[in-house]
Each structure stands twice: as C-alpha cells, then as structure tokens.
Design a protein around this ligand. Structure first.
Ligand SMILES: *Cc1c(COP(=O)(O)O)cnc(C)c1O
Length: 393
C-alpha cells in the first residue's frame, strides 16, 4: 500500500475489508471453504485466485488477509503470510527457501526452538549452518561466503538483550548475495524498522507484543511479494502451518493498540532499569536504553528506545533469585513476553534449562539472572513491587 499514513493510522485502519453490512469491527470469517457461483468460476479460481478471491482457509481467508495487509503496511514490505505460531513462521521462512547443500550463517544467541530448527532440522536435510557471535561484525564477515544462501538472527537477543547491527550484517550478506532473515520479536515492529535497515524477510511470533494479552499463538512472515507468494506460500499452504481466522481477528484487534502499548512499556522499562541500576543485591542490570549498555549508541540509532524487556542478575544466585520471584505481588512468574501483565522469568531453570553449561556461560545465563517483560501496570507500582521483592531476596 502506498498511502502515506503514519503508524497509528495504519494500525487502526489498514487492511480492513467490509461486507455488504458495513460492519465497523472486522468480521471473523470462520469458514474453511468458499462457495463458487458456478463451475467455471471454480475452475478460474484454481488457475489464478484474485486479490479478494479465496479457495480454502489453509491457503488464505478474508480475516487472515486483513491481518496480513495490516502488518505488511506497518512493516513496509510488499506482502505477508500469517502462520499458526511464531515457530511455524521461523521454520517456514527458512525451510521454504533452503535445500540440501545450501549454507546459512546464524547468530548463536537464539530462542530455544529457533536453535532447534537451525541445529537439528536444517542440518538433517543437508543444509550447512555456521554459528557466529551476532554482535561481532568480523565474525559475520568471516563466515559469510559467496555460496551463503541466507543469514538469520534475532535483532535483540534473549535473555541478554544484545543487539545485532542489522545494517552492518545486511551489507555483508547482500555483498555475498545472501537473503537477510530477521526474527524481530524482542525489538518489536514499533521500535525496529528492520526493512529500512536492510532486512529482506522479517519474522514475528505474534503471540508476544502483537497480541499483547497472551491469548493466542500466532506468527507472521513479511517480505517481498515474490518471496511471500512464490517461495513461502506454496510451502505453508501445503504443509499446514496457516493462521486460523479467529487468531487473525485477535491479532487485528491487538495491533490497534500496538504502538501505544510498546511505547508505554518501554517508558516503564526505562524507569525500572534506572531504579534497579546500582542496587546492592544486583551484579548487573541489562537494558539497551541505559548508557551503561555496551551497545547503547546502536540501540539509539537502530531502535530509538530501549525496548520492553529488562534483564538483571541477582548476585547471590539461584536461591536468592527464587526468593525474589516468590515475593513479587504484581509481576507474574511465567515465560511469555510482550504481555500487558509484567512477567518475571528465570531463564537458567526454565526457558534455557536444557542448554549445556558452557552455552549458558557464553550467553551470560547465570544462576541469578531474571528476565523481566514489562507490562502496562503503573511504573511506580512495578518499581515498588520489585524493590520489596529484592529486600526479600
Ligand atoms: C516466542 C518466540 C518465538 C516462537 O514463537 P511462538 O509463537 O511461541 O511459536 C520465536 N522467536 C522468538 C524470539 C520468540 O520470542
């Protein structure tokens, strides 16, 4: 779409389609199939379906299409394909593109299931994968060769909140003819303008900030029309990872407030990180919006903000971290993120439990590390809750 709408207008209106009733709220088309007026129309649609012509919900659905159009407009890509979960998006984006013998370079600090796709699934089918330290451009330069088909990374890592310089990596990848595939979940589509910085394919778990209320699994892949319709769609529609219309309707509604929510969360996250920094029970506070973050300048240039997560290390280790978590009265102990409810996670014993110790050490996952996904509660209430829980630790 070439309207010059700003983000908030796009988030409220883009992609909406109205039936003959002129309904205000987007309708949920809970239908798997579509009746054709005659056999000739059915035949024509199977040859080539037009923009608003549908065949089967695994291929596309009017509600799902509204969501795809809205997120593509937000992201600034030509097209998007909605998937059943974030992992259907990540695995589809890679598997649809790659074949035996291809080479991929990936950042090492990955969400556990993403690591499984790259380390276990792709290699099983003969794809060669090289892992690098995502923040080190020299390692990308050394690993990417003229035969590299794609590079993959999370633009902000979990739980260390380390940034990858998208522009820097894209320059290296494009010089070798490789596609840049970015998992942009932690950085959010509001703060990370990945396409402007050179990303070709952007993947989201919409389970996180886009839904924003922890209600449903979902995912989406954004890219050029050629990539989405010629590479990804045939793979997704035949392997079955499409988003349900009900989920698409939840995500459409979530997007209406995405900009407001992400900005409010980031504002609170900065207040929390500032209040926590220097606390005697903490050995470090990691937040890209703090000047103490080693990539603070890159965060300012690439995100314009520090994001919605804060990670900190309780110096006394696991028992103290557990006492801290058990003393929280507002923040919940869970493992989602981007939710309206503030969530505290202990990566060492939950999300990253299965990693070998040397990998945990390399990612900075210590026994006292807590990842906080900052929600929409009053920032003062959250700071007070965290401080009394630290007293109890
Ligand atoms: C949650 C998450 C995923 C997977 O998304 P699901 O919706 O849970 O399948 C992938 N990447 C990142 C960075 C995530 O945070």
């Amino acid at each position: 779409m070439t309207k010059d709408w700003k983000t908030r207008t796009t988030l409220v209106h883009e992609g909406s389609r109205r039936s003959q009733y002129g309904e205000m709220a987007e309708a949920i088309f809970l239908t798997q199939g579509f009746a054709y007026p005659d056999a000739e129309t059915a035949e024509a649609r199977f040859i080539k379906a037009g923009e608003d012509e549908f065949i089967y919900a695994r291929y596309g659905n009017p509600t799902t299409r509204m969501f795809e159009d809205r997120i593509a407009a937000l992201e600034g890509t030509e097209d998007a394909f909605a998937t059943a979960s974030g992992m259907a998006a990540v695995s589809g984006a890679l598997t649809a593109l790659l074949r035996a013998g291809d080479h991929v370079v990936s950042a090492r600090a990955l969400f556990g299931s993403c690591l499984y796709i790259l380390e276990e699934v792709l290699t099983r089918f003969g794809v060669k994968v090289t892992f690098v330290d995502g923040a080190d451009l020299d390692q990308w330069r050394a690993a990417v060769t003229p035969g590299t088909k794609a590079v993959f990374f999370e633009s902000m890592s979990n739980p260390g909140l380390e940034l990858v310089d998208i522009r820097g990596v894209a320059e290296i990848a494009h010089a070798a003819g490789a596609l840049v595939i970015v998992d942009n979940v932690f950085a959010t589509p509001i703060f990370s303008r990945a396409v402007e910085q050179g990303a070709d394919v952007i993947v989201y778990s919409t389970t996180k900030h886009i839904d924003g209320q922890g209600r449903a699994l979902g995912g989406v892949v954004c890219g050029t029309r050629d990539y989405i319709r010629k590479v990804l769609e045939p793979y997704m529609k035949h392997t079955g990872g499409s988003m349900s219309p009900f989920t698409a309707w939840l995500m459409l509604n979530g997007m209406v407030t995405l900009d407001l929510r992400c900005r409010a969360m980031a504002e609170s996250a900065l207040k929390i990180a500032t209040a926590l920094e220097g606390h005697p029970k903490l050995s470090r506070v990691i937040y890209p919006g703090l000047t103490s973050h080693p990539q603070h300048d890159l965060a300012k240039a690439q995100l314009g903000a520090g994001g919605t997560l804060v990670t900190f290390d309780i110096a006394a280790g696991k028992e103290a971290a557990f006492r801290f978590m058990n003393a929280l009265t507002i923040a919940k102990i869970s493992n989602n993120l981007g939710d309206a409810k503030t969530i505290a996670t202990h990566p060492d014993t939950t999300t990253h439990q299965r990693l070998p110790q040397e990998q945990k050490d390399a990612l900075g996952i210590s026994k006292g590390l807590i990842r906080l996904s900052v929600g929409l509660e009053d920032a003062g209430d959250l700071v007070a809750d965290l401080m009394q829980a630290l007293d109890a630790a």
